[in-house]
Write a protein that binds this ligand. Structure first.
Ligand code: G3P
Ligand code: MG
Length: 247
């Protein structure tokens, strides 16, 4: 299948979950920290509420990163709007809201941050999440270079491709499967995203030869980041952006 490419240069370092570990994950505060440290791109996770609205959160449940309880996909926008997504990290972040995808997109654009939007469907919502997030991306980045949309869910990637063929896609996996090239091809993915500890030189070499960018997460050690980039990895996705940002 034809692949759409991003029309901005992939930076060597991408901040994981907005601001990495320097701010509560997947928050507006994280974006501000990433921009202040000079990062050019951020990754974050997008999931649907029970109203079908995209919110920026990693887990299927609210407990770890907010003061709410229960599943995101069972929770209404009205309840999500009232949650604190900062105090779990430190009391100095108390009052940090759980952000909508819309708010994160607007701040990315304002701060000049490129985005890797990870489509993170709750179990059973793969098709819907792919469609909704892809449509929202087209609306939110109108007139600007489109972000790179990645997912572990091939179903979500296929549905994103169906509604937004112009959207560049990233194929996410922990360890690239032996048939990774066919899988990227099947969804028309532009890039391969995998764990930095799970990638072999043979995969990097093939990807480099055929022009597939490789993004590795979560790389929090400077030497490890330098080593991956030297081996041919395109970008590392980092939590410790204070340590890794300057490689
Ligand atoms: O997109 C890279 C990385 O974020 C994938 O893992 O679990 O942190 O979303 P996770
Ligand atoms: Mg992610």
């Amino acid at each position: 299948m034809n692949r759409t490419i991003v029309d901005w240069p992939l930076p060597r370092v991408v901040a994981h979950r907005c601001g990495g570990s320097l701010a509560p994950e997947n928050t507006l505060a994280g974006l501000r920290i990433a921009a202040a440290l000079g990062l050019k791109a951020v990754e974050f996770d997008v999931m649907l509420s029970s109203d079908g609205t995209p919110w920026v959160i990693h887990d299927e449940t609210l407990e770890r990163t907010t003061n709410g309880t229960g599943r995101v996909c069972d929770t209404s926008d009205r309840v999500l709007r009232g949650l604190d997504a900062g105090v779990y990290q430190h009391r100095s972040f108390a009052g940090e809201p759980l952000p909508t995808f819309e708010a994160i997109a607007a701040l990315c654009r304002e701060l000049g941050l490129q985005a890797n939007v990870e489509i993170k469907p709750a179990t059973g919502f793969e098709t819907l999440t792919g469609e909704v997030v892809a449509r929202r991306i087209l609306a939110l980045w109108q007139g600007a270079p489109l972000p790179l949309a990645s997912s572990f869910s091939e179903v979500a990637l296929e549905s994103a491709r169906r509604v937004a063929p112009q959207l560049p896609l990233g194929y996410l996996c922990d360890r690239p499967p032996v048939d990774w090239q066919q899988r990227l091809d099947a969804v028309g993915a532009y890039s391969l995203h995998c764990s930095g500890t799970e990638i072999d030189d043979s995969v990097i070499k093939t990807a480099n030869e055929i022009g597939i960018p490789v993004l590795c997460w979560t790389v929090n050690d400077r030497c490890e980041a330098e080593d991956l980039l030297k081996r041919g990895v395109t970008s590392v996705i980092a939590d410790r952006i204070d340590i890794v940002a300057s490689v």
